[in-house]
Design a protein around this ligand. Structure first.
Ligand code: MOS
Length: 742
């Protein structure tokens, strides 16, 4: 039997998804389900002085209108609202009191017999406010920015700018060649296809089953228990499928609180589905103003890198990531310094969005490197090779593996980079200017503690259970592949249970850490199953494995066999018969190795071709090649899809995406996917993904995780290609055609 790990395997849940059998949070139906629809604030800051719900309540079919005045009891301390990935501060409490903290804040929930009646009745709720002056303009507030607070624990320390090294100011003053510029990435929203929804099944007695759109069922369960003072055994959170999250589902969101509030108020089952515009109040990629200074010697090596950033957070929480440190990690430079300040705006708290911090930071860094290459008259790949770093200079340690050189080589070759004329505006296709640009991306390879349970039955079927989610990335499939290989069974004999808070512990699915965590978790538990089978097999009279030790045997083709002599084996059925058992169950927790002597990162090299209509300034990405090094690839098909999605999103980041606020009202003007542009098929040319071989021994399976790395650097590669095509450097995203005029 060929191994499944490393084989392009179609999704095991694919048929369920395309036939509609896979149900999402807003699709679970029970008799008597009521429907909630959200009323959102139309001011950005102030207090509600009056909510008149009479007209809404008079509509036939309306059951209740919940507001801060009449809602059921909720916790009144911040700690109860802190979820597993909450930043510092005082988390938002939906319908808690009359205070308005952002435009679009949920302030009432109309609950009715049908969703249509509920939605209509929201239009009849009259709200009066005592409005206060708000601030939503990052540029106008940038002088009021405050440095990110000093960390108080190891998690926060991960997100604080690294220590400076060397003497960066002197090095910059003395550098033979300098490049310094400011770059801007606007607020962007996640826009998953599936709307955020929560269906709360109310059982007599008050127990709840909550089908919620989330990247972390146990995070939501713990949060709901805190907010409502409920016991864990009374709240089960399920998220069997997810139509995209990208970070917007890492923290519990307000649809879950509102649906539970209504279910408790009415003592019946309730569903709340947000509208697309309402999803713009859930969180966003913080806008980032950044200044990069590079100092190089004439030979094209870096003396100094400085990276300053200002990002957006809310007035009530302090969200940031380690936005500036990527610069001094990616390239070799004896001198470096970083600064990160936060601008508080009257908006919801910003949050993680695919490759948080790296996606915007690498736009700036990799644009700056391209500008430096131009100044040095060096090929952009050559500059990066001269600045290549084999060590993590923040911590002065090696990488566990880093095949970025191979990414450059294989990507350049597949793209045909050697045919590039470096002169801007030198390449044409009819009336189009042609530009070729490249950029690097870097992300972290993390593993988290996780618990996996496996139940193997005598007929050679196994159920693998873990509370992780499959946010669309293919987790069901890679779990089945790993279990099949480790247990020596066909893929069809494996069933996967996930997305259920009652299953063994999992962290939220994010940070590109679940594949590494859960796959190694399965390996651990499968090892325990093997040990148990061996214990039984050795007891069989004249057992062919009588003297075998656990590391001398493996599970293959439904048997426990000697690795030295494949003819010596005991079938799973015979081993279980010996123990008079029909199933073996094991549950184990797997922790990452406690080894900080090496850095764990993934890398990518992106190559992009754009064609620019010279008269109109319309930019099209016609071709892209991305060569990625991310350890061992579990499934080239699902991993390839993650990479494609990342590159497509990078095209959106480069050319289309921008959340626009009318600062007079502090309100998002384009809170819909008609006016917030994401790439459509016509915007996406041919994309080729290359997986570069990268052996790594940081964990038993040699995995690094892959998902977020795909987007990192793409926007810079596009911007660099646009410069090459047009001679025009655009440093503020998105690169819309107005910015290419004049
Ligand atoms: Mo990802 S931004 O950790 O869902």
């Amino acid at each position: 039997m060929a191994p499944y790990i490393g084989t392009a395997t179609s999704r095991v849940d694919g048929i369920a998804k395309v036939t509609g059998a896979a149900k999402y949070a807003g699709e679970f139906n029970v008799p008597g389900l009521a429907h909630g629809s959200v009323v959102a604030s139309t001011i950005a800051k102030g207090r509600i002085t009056r909510i008149d719900t009479a007209a809404a309540l008079s509509v036939e079919g309306v059951l209740t209108v919940l507001t801060h005045d009449n809602r059921p009891r909720m916790a009144d301390d911040d700690q109860a609202y802190k979820d597993e990935v909450a930043p510092d501060g005082s988390p938002f409490r939906p319908l808690y009191d009359n205070k308005i903290m952002f435009n679009g804040q949920p302030i009432a929930l109309v609950v009715a017999e049908t969703s249509e009646v509920a939605r209509f009745a929201t239009s009849l709720v009259r709200v009066e406010y005592d409005e206060q002056a708000h601030v939503t303009d990052l540029y106008r507030q940038r002088d009021a920015a405050v440095p990110v607070p000093a960390p108080t624990n190891p998690i926060e320390a991960m997100f604080t700018p690294p220590k400076a090294r060397g003497t960066p100011d002197q090095a910059l003053a003395a550098a033979a060649v300098r490049h310094e510029a400011e770059y801007f990435v606007p607020i962007e929203h996640h826009n998953p296809m599936e709307l955020f929804a929560s269906t709360v099944i109310f059982e007599p007695g008050g127990k709840l089953t909550v089908y919620d759109k989330t990247q972390g069922v146990q995070n939501v369960q713990k949060y709901l228990c805190g907010v409502f003072g409920m016991k864990p055994e009374d709240v089960r959170v399920m998220s069997p499928f997810m139509g995209g999250g990208f970070g917007s589902g890492l923290r519990p969101q307000f649809e879950a609180v509102l649906a539970v509030l209504a279910a408790r108020a009415l003592q019946r089952s309730v569903r709340v589905v947000l509208t697309r515009p309402q999803m713009y109040a859930l969180g966003y990629r913080p806008a980032m103003i950044q200044r990069i200074a590079l100092g190089a010697n004439a030979g094209g090596t870096l003396d100094v890198i400085t990276h300053d950033a200002a990002t957006v957070t809310s007035q009530y929480e302090t969200f940031h990531r380690q936005e500036t440190g990527w610069s001094g990690l990616l390239y070799k430079s004896a001198n470096a310094k970083y600064a990160h300040r936060l601008v508080r705006l009257d908006l919801p708290t910003s949050c993680d969005m695919r490759a948080p911090s790296a996606a915007p930071a690498l736009f700036a860094l990799e644009s700056a490197m391209d500008e430096l290459a131009v100044a040095l008259k060096l090929d952009p790949i050559e500059l990066r090779l001269r600045c290549y770093s084999d060590r993590d200079q923040h911590e002065n340690r090696p990488f566990s593996s880093k095949a970025l050189r191979e990414c450059y080589r294989q990507g350049a070759e597949a793209f045909g980079w050697d045919k590039r004329n470096p002169e801007p505006r030198s390449m044409r296709d009819g009336s189009d200017l042609v530009g070729w640009g490249m950029a690097t991306g870097i992300w972290e390879a993390l593993q988290m503690p996780i618990t996996v349970r496996i139940a193997l039955t005598a007929n050679g079927h196994a159920e693998v259970a873990c509370a992780t989610s499959d946010i669309g990335t293919g987790t069901y499939t890679i779990m089945a592949q790993v279990a099949a290989d480790m247990l020596g069974l066909p893929l069809d004999n494996i069933s996967i249970k996930l997305g259920d808070s009652s299953l063994p512990q999992s962290p939220v699915e994010g940070g590109s850490w679940i594949a590494t965590s859960v796959a190694n978790g399965i390996a651990t538990t499968a090892g325990a199953i093997r040990d148990e089978l061996l214990r039984l097999a050795r007891q069989i009279a004249n057992s062919p494995l009588a003297n075998a030790t656990p590391d001398e045997v493996a599970l293959a083709d439904g048997k426990l066999v000697s690795k030295r002599d494949a003819s010596r084996g005991v079938s799973i059925a015979d081993a279980m018969r010996q123990g008079a058992m029909d199933r073996i169950e094991q549950e184990h927790t797997t922790n990452p190795a406690d080894d900080h002597s090496r850095a764990n990162n993934t890398h990518v090299a992106h190559f992009v071709e754009v064609k620019v209509d010279e008269q109109l300034g319309v930019v099209r990405v016609t071709r892209a090649v991305s060569a990625v090094a991310a350890g061992r690839i579990l499934n080239p098909k699902t991993a390839g899809s993650q990479m494609l999605g990342g590159v497509v999103w990078g095209i959106g980041m480069a050319l289309h995406e921008e959340t626009l606020i009318d600062h007079r009202f502090g309100r998002i003007m384009n809170a819909n996917i008609a006016e917030y542009h994401v790439p459509v098929n016509a915007d996406v040319g041919d994309i080729k993904i290359i997986f570069v071989d990268e052996p790594d021994d940081s964990n038993p399976l040699g995995l690094k995780g892959l998902g977020e790395i795909g987007i990192v650097g793409v926007a810079a590669a596009v911007a660099n290609a646009v410069y090459h095509a047009t001679g025009k450097r655009v440093r503020n995203l998105p690169i819309t055609l107005d910015k290419l005029q004049g």
